[in-house]
Design a protein around this ligand. Structure first.
Ligand SMILES: Cc1cc2nc3c(=O)[nH]c(=O)nc-3n(C[C@H](O)[C@H](O)[C@H](O)COP(=O)(O)OP(=O)(O)OC[C@H]3O[C@@H](n4cnc5c(N)ncnc54)[C@H](O)[C@@H]3O)c2cc1C
Length: 485
């Protein structure tokens, strides 16, 4: 790369964007602004980073559009986002030298691969004499900040949150992003297309029908959340047929918003009006923090159960049932609706995530890691900390987990949380005309009702791939083998 001269006498800071693809409440940008520095914005795509947990297809789709949007916003401020492919520890010192940067500023990551990358960057910069400074740009608190009474990490959410809760009052940085000054006309080693983020499979194209990927869209989503969601969150959040949750998760995953911005917006609405229910919503942001606390302290948990004895669980190897589950063809409509929503939109309602996860690990006796991998590839909000925590919770092998013996019944879960069958029918149009009474167990409908409703079991909609009572008994028997260990 050819070195470009620095015509201005201002100091230059590389701001290395990672999981914080935004301009507001970005501590590294704030530091550059406070230091009167011109900014060289950089993103580096290292497809090897993360190994088996390198971003999945849906996540890469989101990243592609996030970078396009961030690049446009920076261009409006007469700068341009430098894109490079390769290892950050190699690329960053090279870019720093080429553009005569005085310092590299960045937000910390807390997953094992992100930590390894930043350690390598620190080492490389140290030996090249380049200064660095890192910040917390994606969490309310550092994962190591809160410890239990004996100085150990928490493994149960309630006491963790009791101790951590004041972090919701931590305020976003108060600078005005319009004042950020970017170095103009920087050459970029790669174009966005050259990063090759968009999956080859055209599946991702439909995601664009469901999501607008930009920092501005994230803020609209926060506005919608405080106006329409938080007031009734406690009562509506469990019902997948209504828009009762924030849908902020993908914006948090790549950092179009920070959790501080979300908390501030919710607390402000609480102070200004008579909102109720917000606190329940903020507890969920607490679960995100707790997930990072666990991942940081127990970095093996994306692959290994937190409770070691579950490593001996007698999981089955059943590729046919795994496929049925992945593509929403188990014959259990609440499960199939969720899996189809995921495949179509890159997102699934939390209640349904719990139902489908339970079904995979209990009814099908398939390893939770298989489910976590499928979610990882198909979720636009894929997040190693939350996904791991969610799957280990469902499999009963994680911190604060649902006990394995508590087996969700996919029929009654549908009756309870989708009482009119709207969600199931929306995602499984084959069942549109089936009377509500049979929507969550079509095989119990008399053949005349099935015929009238246009449902052909094992024709246009599958019969159940396992029998619920038998599957339940089999799961409990599998658990019993573990107890003997
Ligand atoms: C098996 C399983 C896998 C999951 N995988 C992921 C994942 O990869 N990425 C992800 O962001 N969430 C994951 N979750 C948690 C949760 O389902 C989603 O965060 C939530 O559905 C996102 O929708 P929302 O933004 O409308 O949430 P809201 O209900 O509006 O909650 C607001 C925010 O709180 C956080 N949050 C909510 N619930 C949880 C939770 N249980 N654990 C951690 N954080 C939470 C999210 O950041 C969310 O955006 C998983 C849950 C399960 C059961």
């Amino acid at each position: 790369m050819i070195a470009e001269s620095s015509p201005s006498s201002k100091k230059r800071a590389i701001v290395w964007f990672r999981k914080d693809l935004r301009l507001a409440d970005h501590p590294a940008l704030d530091a550059a602004l406070q230091g009167g520095m011109e900014i060289i914005p950089v993103f580096i795509w290292d497809e090897q980073e993360g190994g088996a947990w390198s971003p999945g297809a849906a996540s890469r789709w989101w990243l592609h559009h996030s970078l396009a949007s961030l690049g446009n916003t920076i261009e409006q401020k007469r700068g341009n986002l430098i894109l490079a492919k390769g290892q950050a520890a190699v690329e960053l010192p090279r870019i720093a030298q080429a553009h005569q940067a005085d310092i590299i500023l960045y937000g910390r990551c807390y997953d094992p691969a992100g930590i390894a990358t930043q350690e390598a960057v620190e080492e490389a910069c140290d030996s090249s004499g380049i200064s660095t400074e890192s910040f917390n740009s994606s969490l309310l608190q550092e994962p190591w900040e809160t410890k239990n009474g004996t100085g150990k990490p928490f493994q149960v959410f309630t006491p963790y949150w009791r101790k951590s809760r004041p972090i919701i009052y931590r305020e976003p940085a108060s600078y005005d992003p319009r004042k950020l000054s970017f170095v103009p006309n920087l050459s970029s080693p790669s174009t966005l297309e050259e990063l090759g983020l968009l999956p080859e499979h055209p599946w991702h194209q439909k995601l664009g029908n469901h999501w607008e990927v930009s920092e501005a869209a994230a803020h609209q989503q926060i506005e919608r959340t405080v106006e329409e969601v938080t007031q009734s969150y406690a009562t509506r959040r469990n019902h997948p047929s209504v828009d009762g949750t924030s849908r902020l998760s993908p914006y948090l995953a790549w950092g179009q918003v920070s959790p501080r911005q979300i908390c501030q917006a919710v607390l402000q609405a609480e102070n200004e009006g008579s909102h109720r229910g917000e606190n329940k919503f903020l507890v969920e942001i607490g679960w995100r923090e707790f997930s990072y606390h666990l991942l940081y302290h127990f970095p093996n948990i994306p692959d290994q159960p937190l409770r070691p004895k579950y490593a001996n669980f007698p999981w089955l190897d059943d590729p046919d049932n795994l496929k049925r589950w992945q593509f929403g063809k188990t014959g259990y409509p609440m499960v199939d609706a969720g899996m189809r929503q995921l495949y179509e939109t890159g997102w699934m309602h939390n209640r349904v995530r719990m139902v489908v996860a339970s079904f995979l690990v209990k009814h099908l006796l398939l390893p939770w890691q298989e489910g976590a991998r499928w979610f990882w590839d198909t979720l636009v909000d894929a997040d190693l900390a939350s996904n791991t925590q969610g799957w280990q919770w469902a499999a009963g092998c994680g911190a604060d987990a649902a006990p394995y013996f508590r087996i969700f019944n996919p029929i009654t879960q549908g009756d309870k949380f989708d009482a009119r069958g709207e969600y199931a029918r929306r995602w499984i149009p084959e069942l549109e005309k089936l009377p509500k009474k049979f929507v969550f167990s079509p095989w119990t409908a008399p053949s005349s009702v099935l015929a009238e409703s246009g449902v052909d079991l094992d024709g246009n909609y599958p019969g159940p791939c396992v029998d619920h009572p038998e599957a339940r008994a089999r799961a409990l028997a599998a658990l019993a083998t573990l107890k003997q260990i």
